[in-house]
Write a protein that binds this ligand. Structure first.
Ligand SMILES: [Zn+2]
Length: 136
């Protein structure tokens, strides 16, 4: 019965959500993105409203989750090759971004109120095997 939704994923930006949406729709699953246009209007509110929610009909939830599991969650370089951790050599590396310290937090807040779209953030990778962060 198609009367309830199941939230199966949350994304910071709509580009990420669109990729997963296309993959699920290719498998015949109807996909609904919630708060996509709000985040597209001002990406800085994404964290405040809980990101873009990807929902499917409850009856499709199990099948959609199995498809999500088949999608590699680890980072690739510009040539499409897996990024290896420089510390342990594992390829279980994820892209990682965060507002780290108090100074970057205030820069983030002030740029939010000045409506600047470029927020200085620290980008690095996180190894899921040795739990270390590194920059390339
Ligand atoms: Zn590692």
């Amino acid at each position: 019965m198609k009367n309830t939704f199941s939230k199966i994923a949350v994304f910071t930006y709509s580009s990420e959500a669109q990729i997963i949406k296309s993959r699920l729709e290719a498998e015949g699953i109807e996909v609904f993105l919630f708060d996509q246009f709000t985040v597209d209007t001002d990406p800085l509110v994404s964290n405040a409203i809980g990101g873009i929610k990807l929902k499917v009909w409850a009856e499709d939830e199990e099948r959609a989750l199995k498809i999500l599991e088949t999608i590699s969650e680890y980072s690739l370089d510009d040539q499409g090759l897996e990024i290896d951790c420089p510390i342990c050599g594992s390829s279980r590396v994820e892209f990682y971004k965060d507002v780290r310290d108090l100074k970057s937090f205030f820069v983030y807040i002030s740029s939010f109120f000045r409506k600047k779209s470029t927020v200085p953030r620290r980008y690095e990778y996180h190894c899921n095997y040795c739990k270390q962060n590194f920059d390339l």
